[in-house]
Design a protein. Structure first.
Ligand code: BDP
Length: 484
């Protein structure tokens, strides 16, 4: 049973580390940092894929055909506003519990999780029809995961065929198994189970991508070596850590170790001309951390994470989310969604803690703080990243630059809880007129009141320099028109 007092206590407990970490700052903030960001327009880097901001949902979300449906107008609108060319990945733990209702062959007995909701369920054709309408309405394409754990390639082929028949060209790829590193002994065992599926799917003319593993960089590289020639893209997942270990300072400290792993995978992907997609990613696994994954800090994290990866050549990042029920079921847990509060609170409680979009079919939908961070980073879609040298002036800042046609753009992120900053951007055409958008909220732990909106102009001086204020816990996106 839901007990509101207990929730208050839990909330207070979750905020304690933050209060301790930021309590002093509000009263005695450190001196503003003087930062410099030298954009290098003559040193182009990677092209940013239009599919950069993408999403991931549990297969179990399809149990309700009203969710991914063209009639679900609010969700359609939020998808389109995030990215008119995004890619929806359907998968997660529940993909390895899904069967296809049209399959008439024999199935081995399915494991039933003791008392929990993580149990086999059958996908219905109506859900695929509705999904196809949703994709047409949003302009999105699809990556669809089939059940590897059950060990029946013939069922996977029938399901994948039905998916393709429903969605047509919008099917980008089929993936086989979700994080098989959790149930296969090693890469060789995975490959032995995976290969008959891939062969059967390809024989049916279906596009295949993978390996869709958890945190296994070596598996991805080995997979590229063995199957890269026939693959649509390479994939792995990312979560910073487990939910109990999550905190705002941890989330905002960056993840250099992971970036180095991405560079290794991108080298393997480049060697075969393959894109790399993080087909499932978010802040903290085990469903996300309340007070961290669903507050404003997650927006700064998400924007920074996307741009750091786009700079390293990652084509798309699928932020995992959906209803609390679907994600908790993926973890073998029941969802105890709170029903107290106003509509915004209730939508928030109906969604998994890390979801970029809150709500459900009954309550309607609204953006979470993370959504606005993804919108900021998505501004780089279709542009070419540029080199830049950042002197952060001692604050926790990151900065990214890109060129699109004649325009130069920069994202400046102040992830510091304590220090306001002023950033001098250089390398601009003299006198270039910049249009500024800001990502902000009252505080890093704000659940509401997050915005990413126009905020005036920033014009370069005769030396091509432009100074911008960047308050702690905020970000700016600026686009300078070279011809101005
Ligand atoms: C991933 C699973 C997904 C879970 C998520 C989590 O693929 O189904 O919902 O972890 O733990 O590993 O939040």
């Amino acid at each position: 049973m839901f007990d509101p007092r207990r929730r208050q206590l839990l909330k207070a407990a979750a905020l304690l580390p933050l209060a301790a970490a930021t309590g002093g700052f509000a009263r005695a903030a450190a001196a503003p940092a003087e930062a410099r960001f030298a954009m290098q327009p003559d040193r182009p880097g990677r092209a940013v894929s239009p599919t950069l901001a993408s999403l991931s949902y549990e297969t179990l979300q399809l149990a309700d055909p009203a969710f991914f449906s063209p009639d679900n107008r609010e969700l359609v609108r939020l998808f389109r506003a995030l990215n008119p060319q995004g890619v929806l990945r359907i998968g997660g733990n529940t993909s390895d519990y899904a069967s296809w209702s049209g399959y008439r062959g024999a199935l081995p007995p399915q494991p039933v999780h003791e008392g929990g909701p993580q149990r086999p369920f059958a996908l219905q054709p109506q859900a695929l029809e509705a999904l196809a309408g949703f994709l047409r309405a949003t302009g999105w394409t699809l990556v669809f995961g089939v059940n590897l754990k059950i060990g029946v390639p013939a069922m996977a082929v029938e399901l994948a065929r039905a998916v393709r028949q429903a969605v047509g060209d919008r099917l980008l790829a089929i993936q086989i198994g979700n994080e098989a590193n959790n149930y296969e002994a090693d890469y060789a065992a995975f490959d032995a189970a995976w290969t008959p599926y891939a062969q059967a799917l390809r024989a049916a003319g279906l596009p295949v991508a993978g390996p869709d593993t958890g945190a296994n960089t070596d598996w991805v590289i080995e997979h590229a070596r063995r199957h890269g020639d026939a693959s649509v893209f390479l994939s792995r997942h990312y979560y910073r850590d487990a939910a109990p270990k999550g905190s705002i300072p941890d989330l905002l400290s960056g993840d250099a170790g992971f970036y180095a792993e991405v560079e290794r995978i991108v080298r393997a992907a480049d060697a075969r001309g393959l894109p790399l997609r993080l087909t499932e990613a978010n802040s903290y696994y085990f469903g996300g951390r309340d007070g961290v994954s669903n507050v404003f800090a997650s927006a700064l994290w998400g924007a920074d994470f996307m741009l750091a990866l786009a700079q390293r050549g990652v084509a798309g990042i699928h932020f995992h989310g959906g209803t609390l029920r679907s994600v908790e079921a993926s973890l073998g847990r029941a969802a105890n969604a709170a029903v107290a509060g106003d509509l915004q609170d209730r939508r928030d409680a109906a969604a998994s803690r890390y979801s970029a979009i809150a709500g459900d079919v009954a309550l309607g939908f609204q953006p979470r703080p993370l959504y606005h961070g993804l919108q900021l980073a998505q501004r780089f879609a279709g542009a070419r990243m540029l080199s830049g040298r950042l002197d952060a002036g001692g604050a926790n800042l990151t900065a990214y630059a890109a060129r699109r046609g004649d325009a130069l753009q920069a994202a400046l992120l102040n992830k510091d809880a304590a220090r306001d900053a002023a950033v001098t951007v250089s390398g601009l055409p003299a006198g270039a007129a910049g249009r500024v958008m800001r990502l902000r909220a009252d505080a890093l732990d704000s659940r509401r009141g997050v915005s990413f909106a126009e905020d005036g102009t920033a014009t370069a001086d005769a030396h091509g320099r432009c100074r911008l204020a960047l308050p702690r816990g905020s970000a700016a996106w600026v686009e300078w028109n070279r011809t101005a």
